[in-house]
Design a protein around this ligand. Sequence first.
Ligand SMILES: Cc1cc2nc3c(=O)[nH]c(=O)nc-3n(C[C@H](O)[C@H](O)[C@H](O)COP(=O)(O)OP(=O)(O)OC[C@H]3O[C@@H](n4cnc5c(N)ncnc54)[C@H](O)[C@@H]3O)c2cc1C
Length: 381
Amino acid sequence: MSDAYQQSVIEQAEAYAEKVIRPQAGQFDRQESLPREIIDGLASRGLLGAPLPVQYGGLGLDPLFYGKLTEIIGKACCSTRSLLTVHTSLVGETLAKLGTPAQRERFLPDLVKGSRIACFALSEPKVGTDATSVKTRFEKQGDVYVLNGRKKWISFAGIADLYLVIAADGDTVSAFLVERTAPGLSVKPMSGLLGNRAAHLAEVFFDNVEVPAENVLGRMGTGFSFVANTALFYGRYSIAWAGVAIGQAALEEMVGYACEREQFGQKIGEFQLVKGMIADAVTQIHAARALCERSGRLRMAGDDDAVMEVNMAKYFCSKMALQVAANAVQVFGGNGCWNEYPVERLFRESKILEVIEGTSQVQQVMIANHGMRRYRRHKVV
Ligand SMILES: Cc1cc2nc3c(=O)[nH]c(=O)nc-3n(C[C@H](O)[C@H](O)[C@H](O)COP(=O)(O)OP(=O)(O)OC[C@H]3O[C@@H](n4cnc5c(N)ncnc54)[C@H](O)[C@@H]3O)c2cc1C
């Protein structure tokens, strides 16, 4: 795929995001729902399948251009970007990589068209960070697997048609593609969230849900080690760019306000302490974007370091987004604490990034272990 073609996709997406999505983002947040016409708008532009192979209808964007797309959509609306993270990255990219030819043929074209919405169901009421100990059970009964249990916090589960579910049988953890129409599957919408309010979060209940053997994703027993970890790799890459998106949106709001608002007879942007917040934001965002681009290039090169570099990008960018959004609120003063201005929402959304796809603490543990292996001197005398 030529760079010129990929760039044209980005430009068209940006026009749509700025004209249609961004002006409505506050409303989506308040109504806690992403309207179907936005999902259709993304699908009709091919964006729901942006990084997916052309043979299934995808646009075949490389990770760098897909990252840029994630930033553009995320800058306009976090919940809309979350659809790309979940539907396109966590499920779509994972299916494209690990699915059998029959599974890819059966599901990917519908995911690209948006005629099926997909979600990723790992977390449970009592299982979050310690994801290998999922309590949702599967049992082989004849030709089918029977699922029982409960998932929680599942983005887009409220409207999804396809659920990528991680379940266990004793120590064996496996991944299943479960269709919404399967008898025994039910959902209960969740509301009142800090952010991602329009992302149709729901709890999902499995009551003797039968899943045909051809819907097992990856080999039996590799549901966490291989499938969930692959999905989380794609998800973390997406969240890293989501951090850049929030930082950039908060910066633009902050600068606009600082150039307009007057106190003590001058624009507040002329005060050096306000300039300090702007300088920090610009620098941090540039550093964050560079880290995302580096991890994207490593992904494209198939470099083993890509996994750890994506963890670092996710950790750094989510932390950066929270700092920049908090400073944007500060620059707005009282107006920053009011939902008539977008920085209030950006601040709430930024905190979510430190929790999802592996918390910041978990990223720190993984990065520290990596650092202690790689940067240890052989001998200290
Ligand atoms: C808006 C939103 C959307 C979400 N979407 C999805 C989704 O689509 N699919 C899905 O499966 N899940 C989803 N989640 C769930 C999310 O992935 C979990 O909330 C996250 O993994 C953390 O798990 P937990 O909430 O159980 O926290 P816990 O695991 O209970 O962690 C609580 C605290 O303890 C810390 N902690 C835990 N273990 C360690 C450790 N070993 N070392 C240091 N600190 C530790 C954590 O960092 C955290 O600060 C979503 C959550 C939110 C808020």
